[in-house]
Design a binder for this molecule. Structure first.
Ligand code: HEM
Length: 121
């Protein structure tokens, strides 16, 4: 695996490692307050990113574009901004970061929709 596929899967696996550490910390402490941040880190940061990576691996023509590199940057930024944003929102410290991160994640998914439609065999 190489290029944008590699980066999606590699970055996703770092996200899920952090998500698992957060899950273990929640279990040990018995404080599950941040469970939604954990869930988003694992599902948007790992499951979604890994699916993007596998798609680009299966469709090399889609991977070899500037749009694919932009997709990776926007998807990663979405997770990196949204997850701390959810933590801030849950602890009632503001929702702006969660809003920005979620819009980036939405933009990433819209790029993926366009990519899939453009690369119909
Ligand atoms: C070491 C691995 C993991 C540990 C120790 C762990 C631990 C936890 C804990 C303690 C909770 C809170 C449960 C509650 O309050 O009812 C939770 C919730 C959750 N976890 Fe994990 N988790 C792990 C991995 C994962 C992975 C890999 C995923 C998804 C791919 C995931 C998805 C979720 C979801 C969707 C929730 C529900 C969140 C919510 O109710 O808001 N977890 N997890």
């Amino acid at each position: 695996m190489r290029g944008v596929s590699f980066w999606f899967v590699a970055t996703g696996s770092v996200f899920v490692t952090l998500g698992m550490l957060g899950g273990i910390a929640m279990s040990i402490s018995g404080d599950h307050t941040l469970a939604p941040a954990h869930a988003h880190l694992n599902l948007v940061g790992w499951v979604t990113m890994a699916l993007f990576g596998l798609y680009y691996h299966l469709v090399p023509a889609a991977a070899a574009t500037t749009m694919a590199r932009a997709h990776f940057a926007i998807a990663s930024a979405g997770v990196i901004i949204m997850v701390p944003g959810i933590m801030l929102a849950i602890t009632e410290n503001g929702e702006a970061l969660a809003a920005i991160g979620s819009l980036l994640s939405l933009a990433s998914m819209l790029i993926f929709v366009l990519t899939v439609l453009r690369n119909r065999a």
